[in-house]
Design a protein. Structure first.
Length: 274
């Protein structure tokens, strides 16, 4: 297990690949007066799996929403050095978001739900069929295209939500505590699904979670934030030569990773101004 130097913000971009997204000194003050983020800088390269971790209210969701263009920064900027930018300053079609709730349309089948992002681009169901079936196969739901959300378990609904996020073949997948409401076994299965699709597609993932164990299992980089105001406290790689699977969960590498993440999280909670 290789555990890198942790304190932020010391990651150099020298000699590395072109970043996919670069947050530069982003601050966010809501109209209520809350300073949710203060000078947050974060550079994410193509192909990384980054988990954002931190105490409640440290600005993880706010950061993710600003990256996705779902909220504006009060100051600072977001750059997309590898992407074509649209009129809204966002990379055209390159971002997908998975929320904690699957947010499926109950009156639509699984197929209809996954079709939505393509429909919004004017692509008919018939034309979109191969992509939709492909996305459903990626999450193991190829046989459930005609089912309605009410017929699915919580884990299956979340898989549909992930398929819907993948159907546009985004470069960046933003996930905001997607598995927090699921039971442990379902959560572990979905962790494996996400890891598999990350490896197979080369997609970049920024994953918000409260779970030390989940972040240590999934990520090749951890960013720990602290609160009041939200900012980066620690930023370090997690590398292992082991395959991340059931055996990894009982390995020394995983134990060390959990310990490191846990220590940094405790440090962040302890050093936040309460
Ligand atoms: N729309 C809003 N208006 C006012 N304040 C907000 C708004 N959204 C978030 N906040 C505040 O900004 C801070 C950061 O919130 P955010 O949801 O980003 O944190 P978080 O780290 O994702 O929290 P959690 O882990 O509990 O989901 C919190 O103090 C929160 O109350």
């Amino acid at each position: 297990m290789i555990l890198g130097d942790a304190r932020a913000p010391k990651r150099s971009t020298e000699g590395r690949k072109r970043p996919l997204v670069a947050m530069d000194k982003v601050s966010k003050r809501f109209s209520s007066g809350t300073l949710a983020l203060s000078d947050m800088s974060l550079v994410v390269e193509s192909g990384e799996f980054v988990s954002l971790l931190g105490p409640s209210g440290c600005g993880k969701s706010t950061a993710l929403r600003i990256i996705a263009g779902l909220g504006d920064a009060s100051s600072g900027k977001i750059d997309w050095p590898s992407s074509r930018i649209n009129a809204k300053g966002l990379p055209d079609g390159d971002i997908s978001f998975v929320f904690q709730e699957p947010t499926l349309m109950p009156w639509q089948t699984v197929f209809g739900n996954v079709h939505l992002p393509l429909k919004l681009r004017g692509i008919s169901k018939a034309a979109a069929r191969p992509q939709i079936i492909d996305a459903l196969a990626t999450v193991g739901l190829a046989d459930f295209a005609d089912a309605y959300p009410r017929e699915l378990s919580g884990g299956m609904k979340m898989r549909v939500s992930i398929a819907r996020a993948l159907v546009t073949k985004p470069k960046l997948l933003l996930m905001d505590e997607p598995f927090a409401a699921l039971d442990e076994i379902t959560r572990q299965k979905l962790n494996d699904d996400v890891l598999r699709l990350w490896k197979e597609t080369g997609i970049t993932v920024i994953f918000v979670t409260h779970s030390v164990f989940e972040s240590a299992y999934l990520s090749n980089r951890i960013v720990v934030m602290k609160a009041r105001p939200g900012r980066v406290h620690a930023d370090f790689p997690l590398r292992t030569s082991l395959e991340r699977d059931a055996h990894y969960r009982t390995s020394e590498d995983y134990r060390q990773a959990c310990e490191k993440v846990s220590t940094m999280l405790l440090e962040a909670i302890g050093s936040g101004e309460h």
